[in-house]
Every structure is written in C-alpha cells, then in structure tokens.
Design a protein around this ligand. Structure first.
Ligand code: TRP
Ligand code: SF4
Length: 330
C-alpha cells in the first residue's frame, strides 16, 4: 500500500442497526476519498456496540456482517484500506485496560455524551463502568494503529479532545510512543427521517442503504413537507422542509436550486419535488444494490475479506503493544 501521504487514518462505526443514508452522507462518502490518499483503518466497533446493546447482544454479529457487506458494496476497497472488526483484535482491549489505569476519573465523568446518552436512550441502563470508559476504548482504537487523523462528525469532538489528552498523558509518563490524534472534521448533514424528525435508529424512521427502489418510494412519497404548502398553489420554503434535507445531501446542486425555486414560487408540486429525490437516490444506489446482492450471495467472500483485514490490523496492533509493554515495564 503506497500512498502520497504517510499519515494514518482511523475511524469506526457501531454496528447497532443497518447502515443508512446518514452513514453514507456523513461518513462513507468521505471514507471513499480518504482510502485513495491515506493508509486507512475502518473498524466495525463491536465492543462499542456492546457497551449500549449488552442486553440485546445477539444483534451485533448480524449487523457486523451487514456493515461489512455495505461498506464493500459502496466501494470501500480491501486493497486500498484495512477493514477490521474491533473484537477480533484483542489488543484493543489490552490497550483500553492499560489506559484506563492512567486516566483520572473526573476526565470521564465530565464527558457530556455520558450523561446525555443515558437520558436520550430510553430503556437501557447505561450507567455502567464500561460505558463510562467508552472514550477510553475509542482512544485505544485510534492510537493502537498510531493514527493521526480521525474523520468524524462534530458529535465526536469531545471524544477526540479527550483522546488527545489521554495520549499526551501516556506519552508524558512512558515516552513519545503515540502521535496525538487529530480530528478530521466531517460535515455531517442533518437528515430528516421519514417522519420529519431527525433520522435515527431509535425513532424507526430510517431509509436504509439496502432499501429497494420500491421501499424508498414508499418511504419518501408520504413524507411531511413544509407546512406552508397546504395546497399545490401555496408557495413553500425549502429550508423549512424535512424532505429538502435529503435533497441537499443527494440531489446535485443545479437540479436542487431549480427545485427550490419551484417550491418558493409554487411552480412545482411536492410530489414532483419528491420524485426528483427518489430518482436521484435510485440512480445513486443502483450500483450499490447490484454489488450488495453479489456479496449477500457469497457471504464467505465477505468473511474472508474481514479476516484478511483483521490479520493486517493484528500485525500492526501486536507491534504497538510490544512497544507499549516495554515502555510501561510489564
Ligand atoms: N464513537 C464513535 C461513534 O459513535 C465510533 C468509534 C469508536 C470511533 N471508535 C472510534 C470513531 C475511533 C472514530 C475513531 O460514532
Ligand atoms: Fe419540500 Fe419540495 Fe415540497 Fe418545497 S416542493 S415543500 S422543498 S417537497
């Protein structure tokens, strides 16, 4: 793998549901570019999934497979990046353990997501030791491969800041082993779900990458639009329309501007507008569906690719851990 830049990129996704349009617009599109430029590790973070799904842990394996299938089908290329499964590389756990001994408890207790997630995720007890340590495991993921660039959305900013602090502290105690990871801020468009609220796993309002043309049509056609457009002759404001959040992510600018004008002047109806979006999504996802069908038919190919990625990752992880153990003295 020879790339222009010797910088190492690491990012991960939690396999807690099937991959959806939000993953595509907010991360995967960017990963496709990054794999051309950098040495990239893309990780299915099964243990992070377990930290919130420990009462529903059987789903993690199925979603892990789906993530692998969808990543490959969208164009992540095992010859250009390393795809790995966190729980298959035990070094993540070892480094997590060692780091956890060095981190003052208040650093974790003040992480805003720790309290927020407990409030927003209902019906799950997230007041656990492991969930408190979530950002520590995330730090271990990143520095195990000596990654210096971490493409994530704004919601991960605090975790990344903490990862930097944890890394600095480690280096201060045991020597300069790890580069300080930098956040590569990815613009994550806010997509509305099919009920007009934010697209999210817990609300059941998601458009999945695997959804067929027919399902996409069925989900988008009845979506609520700008409330001003009660009648076909009422003009609307695209910025106030949930559907238009999807246009902004998936309909090319020129076409989108034209639709916006049509909306503002009541020159087009909402159904016309939605149909353009539906067709754009179908065109975008058709090659993905074709590839996905093939991978689903050949699950062993997918498993082999993951094994291969895990193997590459394990080699690097083992080397880092040797260095870490030597530096610490155990
Ligand atoms: N916490 C990230 C999220 O919820 C997932 C994640 C785990 C991650 N380990 C990582 C992201 C390492 C970047 C780097 O989206
Ligand atoms: Fe939304 Fe398009 Fe209808 Fe305007 S025309 S309200 S942007 S769906």
């Amino acid at each position: 793998m020879s790339k222009d830049s010797d910088k190492i990129v690491f990012s991960g996704m939690r396999p807690t549901g099937s991959p959806h349009l939000g993953h595509l617009a907010g991360a995967l599109r960017n990963w496709l570019k990054l794999q051309e430029e950098y040495t990239c590790y893309f990780c299915i973070v099964t243990w992070h999934a377990f930290s919130s799904e420990y009462q529903n842990s059987k789903s993690i394996q199925q979603f892990t497979f789906e993530y692998a299938v969808d990543w490959l089908s969208i164009g992540l290329d095992p010859n250009k990046c390393v795809m790995l499964v966190q729980s298959d590389i035990k070094e993540h756990a070892e480094l997590f353990l060692l780091l956890s001994m060095t981190i003052p408890l208040p650093w974790l207790q003040r992480v805003p997501t720790f309290k927020e997630m407990q409030k927003t995720i209902k019906g799950k007890d997230l007041n656990t030791f492991g969930f408190l340590g979530y950002p520590v495991l995330q730090t271990a993921d990143i520095i195990l491969y000596k990654a210096s660039l971490v493409p994530v959305g704004e919601d991960q900013a605090y975790h990344l800041e903490l990862a930097r602090e944890i890394t600095r502290r480690f280096n201060r105690f045991y020597g300069e082993i790890f580069p300080e990871p930098q956040m590569l801020l990815t613009e994550v468009p806010k997509l509305a779900g099919t009920d007009g609220r934010k697209m999210s796993n817990s609300l059941g309002n998601i458009i999945y990458l695997k959804d067929s043309a027919e399902v996409i049509r069925k989900k988008i056609t009845p979506m609520v639009t700008d409330v001003r457009r009660k009648k076909r002759t009422d003009p609307g404001v695209p910025e106030d329309c949930p559907v238009f959040t999807l246009h902004k992510a998936f309909v090319p600018r020129e076409k989108r501007d034209e639709l916006a004008k049509g909306c503002l002047t009541a020159g087009i109806g909402c159904l016309d507008c939605k149909n353009v979006l539906i067709e754009a999504l179908i065109e975008l996802l058709s090659p993905f569906w074709d590839k996905r069908r093939e991978y689903i038919k050949h699950p062993d190919t997918v498993r082999d690719i993951l094994q291969e990625g895990n193997k590459k990752a394990r080699e690097v992880a083992a080397k880092t851990m040797e260095e870490v153990r030597r530096a610490i003295g155990i």
